[in-house]
Design a protein around this ligand. Structure first.
Ligand SMILES: NC(=O)c1ccc[n+]([C@@H]2O[C@H](COP(=O)([O-])OP(=O)(O)OC[C@H]3O[C@@H](n4cnc5c(N)ncnc54)[C@H](O)[C@@H]3O)[C@@H](O)[C@H]2O)c1
Length: 252
């Protein structure tokens, strides 16, 4: 009985930024719970698709840049016309250019905003149009420690991730009457291509590792349960929330 609460068999899930990193982990987790994982990325997501299929799961690639809302809308229209539904959207794609506040150019600002907030906003809108008609759906937004605290060298990134949190709450209110839940995940530090430069710098690495009460950085397995929970019937009465998966960082 309880296991049915987390069963995603027959669900259609779209994960953005799924070619690598945390998005790959989200797609693998949803597929292992039974969903068809549509792996969207501006890069080729075929490797993630192959990993899921090799493990016996269902996955399809979808190469789209989420900073172009018309492309995302067309992709979502295609998914609904092929599979008849869209149950889960994981807005994971994100980018970061770390630098001193005084040095950001307008173009760098637009690049980070265009994916992390603007892209996420319009992907949610495209998905929500169908989910509202369906009278069911799950939108899961990728937050960060930067949804809650300021991180030096990341003013634009923190502005986007703080925005993601309040967008999650505001959208949750609007979508609640349609039985669509909107929540966010706030990962702590995970080693991916985005954070690799931090880990290559011994001082930055030590700063990170010393602040994690659990004594280690996270892995994709640490996020799997949270994304399946937020995508599944187990969270049907939870909306507008963020769960931090950070080894205790924000508690300390
Ligand atoms: N790694 C961490 O410690 C950490 C912590 C908190 C939050 N996050 C967030 O997790 C998400 C994934 O980050 P990651 O660490 O896996 O990074 P990553 O660089 O390994 O993966 C990001 C993926 O998103 C894709 N992507 C970027 N811009 C895109 C766009 N415009 N359209 C389509 N795809 C695009 C990239 O091609 C890449 O495959 C981001 O939103 C990031 O802010 C990461």
């Amino acid at each position: 009985m309880v296991s049915k609460l987390f069963d995603l068999d027959g669900r259609v899930a779209l994960v953005t930024g799924a070619a690598q990193g945390l998005g790959r982990g989200y797609a693998q987790a949803l597929a292992s719970a039974g969903a068809l994982a549509i792996c969207m990325d501006r890069d080729q997501p075929e490797e993630t698709v192959a990993l899921i299929r090799d493990a016996g799961g269902k996955a399809e690639p979808c190469q789209v840049d989420i900073s172009r809302p018309a492309g995302v809308q067309a992709a979502i229209d295609g998914i609904v016309s092929n599979y008849g539904r869209l149950d889960i959207l994981v807005n994971n794609a994100g980018t970061e250019i770390e630098k001193n506040f005084l040095e950001y150019s307008e173009q760098e600002y637009d690049t980070i905003m265009g994916t992390n907030l603007r892209g996420l906003f319009f992907a949610s809108q495209a998905a929500a149009r169908y989910m509202a008609k369906q009278r069911s759906g799950k939108i899961i937004n990728q937050g960060s420690l930067g949804s809650q605290i300021g991180l030096a060298g990341s003013t634009v990134y923190c502005a986007t991730k703080g925005g993601v949190l309040l967008f999650t709450k505001a959208l949750a209110i609007e979508m609640a009457p349609f039985n669509v839940q909107v929540n966010a995940i706030g990962p702590g530090y995970f080693r991916t291509s985005m954070t690799e430069p931090f880990f290559q710098d011994p001082e930055h690495r030590q700063w990170i590792e010393n602040r994690i009460p659990a004594g280690r950085v996270g892995t994709n397995d640490d996020l799997a349960g949270t994304v399946v929970f937020m995508a599944s019937p187990a969270s049907d009465y939870i909306t507008g929330q963020i769960i931090y998966v950070d080894g205790g960082w924000l508690a300390s």
